[in-house]
Design a protein around this ligand. Structure first.
Ligand SMILES: Nc1ncnc2c1ncn2[C@@H]1O[C@H](COP(=O)(O)OP(=O)(O)OP(=O)(O)O)[C@@H](O)[C@H]1O
Ligand SMILES: [Mg+2]
Length: 192
């Protein structure tokens, strides 16, 4: 069965309605060609409504917009899902272990991904123990570890897999404050 996308249309005022009408035409043509359906709801947020009601975008509208469909995927990248999973597991494990090393509970690990024109940038940051410069300089050297039960292969494997996929791997860290590992992956050419 064809998928139906629930789309909020907010034309606003001025040239907005004209431009939005064109966008809706394009969307309908694409829907016919690629066999999906659209369920459009038009909202009157904009200057005219503001003049009438004094309201810009009430919280209730934000809540409601969350029930509509948005772009639900990052663009494809040229790496196998097993390899990407492996990279993320290594980095999230390191981040979680770095929190534990404070000897106190708490702190956090944040994983994020954002797209720019031709790459996706992933970041794993933690508010853990951080690394002194001499450790930072040696990470990624196979078997380098400061952990009693570490094998010292996690970062080396991440660097290898990200490098093979054509990406960059960067680590920034401050002792006592935390660590941020960023890696990029180029968007697959067919997706651009
Ligand atoms: N998020 C981090 N915070 C603080 N130190 C880190 C972090 N990530 C890595 N390190 C340091 O880098 C070293 C190397 O990390 P790597 O993941 O390569 O090996 P490991 O975690 O020691 O062992 P394993 O092979 O089990 O992953 C760690 O021993 C630790 O000292
Ligand atoms: Mg590790």
């Amino acid at each position: 069965m064809a998928k139906t996308y629930k789309i909020a249309v907010v034309p606003g005022d001025g040239t907005g309605p004209e431009v939005t009408a064109e966008a809706v035409k394009v969307l309908k043509t694409a829907a016919d060609k690629f066999k999906f359906k659209t369920d459009l709801t038009t909202f009157d947020f904009g200057g005219e409504r503001y003049k009438r009601t004094g309201e810009t975008l009430p919280d209730s509208a934000v809540e409601e917009f969350l029930r509509y469909d948005g772009p639900d995927t990052l663009p494809p990248v040229r790496i196998s899902s097993t390899e990407l999973t492996q990279v993320l597991i290594n980095l999230v494990t390191n981040a979680a272990q770095a929190l534990g090393e404070h000897g106190v509970s708490g702190g956090n690990v944040v994983v994020s991904a954002e797209t720019s024109f031709d790459q996706i940038s992933f970041a794993i940051s933690d508010t853990g123990v951080g690394m002194p410069r001499d450790v930072l300089e040696r990470i990624g050297t196979p078997f380098f570890t400061t952990k009693t039960k570490g094998t010292g292969l996690g970062i080396a494997q991440c660097q290898r897999l990200v490098g093979k996929a054509g990406g960059q791997f960067l680590v920034a860290s401050e002792p006592g404050k935390g660590t941020k590992v960023t890696f990029t992956l180029p968007v697959a050419p067919t997706a651009r």
